[in-house]
Design a protein around this ligand. Structure first.
Ligand code: ZN
Length: 360
């Protein structure tokens, strides 16, 4: 699946309103997270193209909701209000000599990350640093970096439509306070957090809006990379990454970049048959009531009934009409089956097979 296959609609938004925490968690894991993962993979690609850096050498994806499934018994106790993927330094003891715990034991988890989050309001991104258990000296390194480059960082935040002021500072600072003043105050008062928040987009989220968020994270990357280098105990390379970013920005506005990308992809789609099939699939896209949708997933054990794949196989689940409504198929649970996005595109409107029956 490619980035331009991704969108989030009202049905996706409705997942956050499901009151059964198990069904909600399963739905987020199976139908939202795989799409966010495609977006994050695209981010990794963009960063490679723009900065020549392989993000996954030092970092990994952390998915939420994340829980264990033992056959049909699922271990979920938490009521998830969002689905998120965080990119943060990979967990490995001794890999982060730049970080120190007060008791001197090696650090395996880095105190920062950048994330792509979907909640009931829409999509948002952030870059954050916080871990009160590491030493004051550890945090001084991050604050010193941010202070040294506070003007460049503010320029990046402006470009990516990010803010650094948040309601936590309300009593201390008015909203237009310079970043440097907040950093100095944060460090002096042991408020060991640096939080940059991107402008959220609300539902419905078309492909262009999702791509915009991914580009914003790409612009934030030099700050993230500097945190990684500090944690590795290596000199940061902030200004040289910034130069690479400037080259991209000089070329075009983000909207143009997004459109260029979409046009390039369309040009590749010279296979008219494939295009028609995709259009047909979009046209007959079914609208199933959210509760019914989850009942179908639940009945089919959160797996594609055709190929048996689930979210762990980098697909997402869709509900398919066995007999299309255009041919008199009813909006009843018996007329629905769970298909993955790949099998669903492969099943044309003329094909009325109940795949479950075929397999029994
Ligand atoms: Zn399938």
């Amino acid at each position: 699946m490619e980035i331009d296959d991704i969108s989030f609609d009202e049905e996706d938004q409705n997942i956050f309103l499901v009151d059964d925490i198990l069904i909600k968690a399963e739905a987020l894991r199976h139908s939202i997270l795989p799409k966010l993962e495609v977006a994050c993979n695209y981010l990794v690609e963009l960063i490679r193209d723009c900065y020549g850096v392989e993000v996954l050498e030092d970092s990994s994806f952390t998915l939420s909701p994340h829980f264990r499934t033992h056959k049909r018994v699922v271990d979920v106790k938490k009521n998830y209000h969002e689905a998120a993927i965080e990119i943060s330094g990979r967990r490995q003891e001794g890999y982060w000599p730049g970080l120190q715990k007060p008791d001197g034991t090696p650090v395996s988890i880095v105190p920062f990350g950048m994330s792509l989050t979907l909640d009931r309001f829409g999509i948002s991104t952030s870059l954050h640093l916080s871990r009160p258990t590491y030493t004051k000296e550890t945090f001084a390194k991050f604050f010193d970096f941010a202070l040294q480059y506070n003007e460049e960082i503010m320029a990046i935040l402006h470009r990516a439509e990010y803010s650094y002021w948040n309601p936590h500072f309300m009593d201390e600072f008015p909203p237009m306070t310079p970043l440097s003043a907040i950093l100095k105050w944060s460090h002096a008062t042991n408020y060991n957090k640096i939080i940059f928040e991107g402008k959220p987009f609300s539902f419905p989220l078309d492909n262009k809006r999702i791509m915009r968020k991914v580009f914003d994270l790409m612009f934030m990357f030099p700050i993230y990379d500097s945190f990684v280098r500090i944690a590795k105990g290596e000199p940061e390379r902030f200004l040289s990454l910034l130069k690479n970013m400037n080259d991209v920005i000089w070329e075009a506005d983000v909207d143009d970049l997004v459109e260029d990308y979409q046009e390039k992809r369309k040009a590749k789609e010279n296979d008219q048959a494939l295009l028609d099939q995709a259009k047909e699939s979009a046209a007959r896209r079914i609208k199933v009531m959210p509760s019914m949708r989850w009942q179908v997933f639940q009945r089919d054990s959160w797996k594609c009934v055709a190929c048996g794949k689930n979210a762990d196989d980098h697909i997402w689940l869709e509900v398919d009409h066995i007999i299309p409504r255009s041919k008199g198929g009813k909006n009843e649970i018996t007329n629905y089956q769970t298909l993955c996005n790949v099998c669903n595109i492969g099943k044309s409107n003329k094909d009325e097979t109940d795949i479950r029956k075929g397999r029994l």
